[in-house]
Design a binder for this molecule. Structure first.
Ligand code: PMP
Ligand code: GLN
Length: 385
């Protein structure tokens, strides 16, 4: 393994899902729903397979039906208009979108400012692209983990090429506010930076929180690559359909990298996702309401078990602090948790460069059936309360 990748080892998600399988524990580690998305969307995939649509290489940028549906979704939800032919690219999940964006836009040595803790593929992809990551740490306060705008400003240097933003944020569940996004946008314009924004949890925001795409802020449309995922929005993580939207020049660049990664992926599923994106608002509202209830169920259980809970404003993850349980090492805690409580979780430290800042945080996924969450909550109460 080369020096660029040596520090990364095996992704924590594989390690923890293997632990869940080996121990029979409830897997609240890796973030995937335990029920599939809408039946009609699954049927649309079956129809495409049967009718021979997408069984051979689809067009490089994605099938026109899907690119049109992605553009229509951005228009309908956010009043953002993109040309489906030149400003939309279908990728093999958001994972490939992130990789291709960084590989396409970074020169070796360029600095990328990203919010820490960060989703694990960011650090690895920045490294593969020869870039340098510059973390800005989200700090816990009463309401959750917050971005310090002065720290963000201070992190930008003459070598900074792009800001890598994620809202709603995995693993903290933070949803950046209008004021925070406006400040990020101002900084990007002032310092002439590109922005890659991972918005895969765009439809999972709770209560008063609102998802505002960075691309909607002044001066941002022309410098922002926005990333979405059907895995997250429609609960089909195995289909690996994601997308990028942005101005033509940027999307063309991302496509240049993408064509040599997978070239194309997920042929028949692209047809199904095109239909999914046209589902009525009721689908998105119900999805959000369902996850909101699940959030409250698991958050309540974790609180009763004695964890400090940062109730997330978005995503399907809850970050907790284990110090009230008399614990401080999230790695050790997560490795022992299946034995102690019959539950699997993720140590947030894997998402940090500043290990000490993340050591005592542990992430639980709540995209699971109600009875599974109730069972997990009961197990945690029994083990710790
Ligand atoms: N970005 C974030 C923040 C994620 O949480 C995930 C999935 N865990 C991805 C990207 C990858 O999405 P996909 O499954 O579409 O590749
Ligand atoms: N995005 C998922 C999570 O954060 C995991 C995806 C993966 O396994 N790579 O749990």
């Amino acid at each position: 393994l080369n020096r660029r990748l040596a520090e990364f080892g095996t992704t924590i998600f594989a390690e923890m899902s293997a632990l869940a399988t080996a121990t029979g524990a409830i897997n609240l580690g890796q973030g995937f729903p335990d029920t599939d998305g809408p039946e009609e969307v699954r049927e649309a995939a079956v129809r495409a397979l049967r009718e021979g649509r997408g069984n051979q290489y689809p067009p490089g940028p994605g099938i026109p039906e899907l690119r049109t549906a992605i553009a229509a979704h951005q228009q309908r939800r956010y009043a953002l208009s993109y040309d489906p032919d030149t400003e939309v690219l279908v990728t093999a999940g958001a994972t490939e979108a992130i990789a291709a964006s960084l590989l396409a836009l970074l020169e070796p040595g360029d600095e990328v400012v990203a919010l820490e803790p960060y989703y694990d593929s960011y650090a690895a992809c920045i490294a593969m692209a020869g870039g340098r990551r510059v973390p800005v740490t989200l700090r816990p306060d009463d309401g959750g983990f917050r971005l310090d705008l002065d720290e963000l400003r201070a992190a930008v240097t003459d070598r900074t090429r792009l800001l890598l933003i994620n809202t709603p944020h995995n693993p903290t569940g933070t949803v950046l506010t209008r004021a925070e996004l406006a400040a990020i946008a101002e900084l990007a314009v002032e310092r002439d930076l590109l922005v890659v924004t991972d918005e895969v949890y765009e439809h999972l925001v709770f209560g008063d929180a609102e998802h505002l795409p960075l691309a909607t802020f002044p001066g941002m449309r022309e410098r922002t690559v926005s990333i979405g995922s059907a895995g997250k929005t429609f609960s089909f993580t195995g289909w690996k359909v994601g997308w990028v939207t942005g101005k033509a020049e940027l999307v063309t660049a991302v496509r240049s990298a993408k064509q040599f990664l997978t070239y194309v992926a997920s042929g028949p599923f692209q047809y199904a996702v095109a239909e999914a994106l046209r589902l009525p608002d009721a689908y998105f509202d119900e999805f959000r309401a369902d996850m909101h209830a699940k959030r409250d169920l698991l958050a309540g259980g974790l609180e009763q078990a004695g964890f400090r809970v940062f109730r997330p404003s978005g995503t399907y993850f809850i970050t907790t602090d284990i110090r009230p349980l008399g614990e401080s090492d999230g790695f050790a805690f997560c490795r022992a948790l299946p034995e102690r409580a019959g539950v699997v979780a993720i140590p947030n430290a894997v998402f940090y460069d500043h290990q000490e800042a993340g050591a005592s945080y542990v992430r639980f996924a709540f995209c699971k059936r109600t009875e599974v969450l109730a069972d997990a909550a009961e197990r945690l109460r029994k083990a710790f309360a």
